[in-house]
Design a protein around this ligand. Structure first.
Ligand code: ATP
Length: 208
């Protein structure tokens, strides 16, 4: 049986925080490959065009043979739900033990995901620490237990593992904001991605 991790996100744009987390999944758990899945129509976010987010993801991940970018969400119409992505990937890669990489903030929202209680049990969760408003890292375990509780009785089989990474305060929204206001995003985002953003005039009129 192979061990694969899904890393879903908007990646608007991809940043070093994402890359650090994916590398930790490869190094710290028995994951053979990370499948990056850019969301086509993220349910709760307005985002740059899929083709741009995809191109930046490809630029940033192409030098790592254990990273793959999946177009699985591009093959469906409508809102991109995680459960559909996982079911599609299960069909493409049978006999696989699945992991899902998330930041703590995303894991915290799992009870509100479409069919969240089902997907919760279909894979092991690799959770990257992330500073949340007012909370600190010591509360991560508590937050995960609350998620389990919110998912209800059937959730006893949820497995999670904390990735051991330094807390990284970078986010895509921070990068868009810095870029829009003329500040440097160097060392927050890979160089190729910065060039792509400039060449395609992205994020100059972001309303955030
Ligand atoms: P935005 O700022 O636009 O909300 P984001 O930086 O959170 O974007 P996403 O593409 O939405 O980026 O995130 C994909 C996944 O990566 C999510 O599970 C998110 O929690 C996680 N993630 C992103 N940045 C970090 C970070 N610095 N530390 C931990 N997890 C992160």
């Amino acid at each position: 049986m192979q061990h694969l991790a899904i890393f879903g996100g908007t990646f608007d744009p991809i940043h070093w925080g994402h890359l650090l987390i994916a590398e930790a999944a490869l190094q710290q758990v028995s994951v053979e490959k990370v499948i990056w899945v850019p969301s086509l129509n993220p349910p709760h976010k307005k985002a740059a065009a899929f083709r741009h987010r995809l191109a930046m993801l490809q630029l940033a991940t192409q030098d790592n043979p254990r990273f793959t970018v999946s177009l699985v969400e591009n093959n469906r119409s409508g809102v991109s739900y995680a459960i559909d992505t996982l079911l599609d990937l299960c069909a493409c890669f049978p006999n696989t033990h699945w992991y899902w990489i998330v930041g703590l903030d995303t894991f915290q929202s799992l009870p509100r995901w479409y069919r969240g209680h089902e997907i919760a049990q279909m894979c092991d969760w690799l959770i990257a620490p992330r500073l949340l408003g007012g909370e600190n890292i010591a509360q991560s375990e508590l937050i995960c237990k609350q998620v389990k509780q919110q998912l209800g009785e059937q959730s006893h089989t949820i497995n999670w593992h904390f990735l051991d990474i330094p807390l990284v305060g970078v986010s895509s929204s921070l990068i868009r904001k810095l870029y829009r206001t003329g500040k440097s995003i160097r060392y927050l985002v890979p160089e190729d991605v910065i060039s792509y953003i400039a060449a395609h005039n992205l994020y100059s009129d972001d309303s955030e």
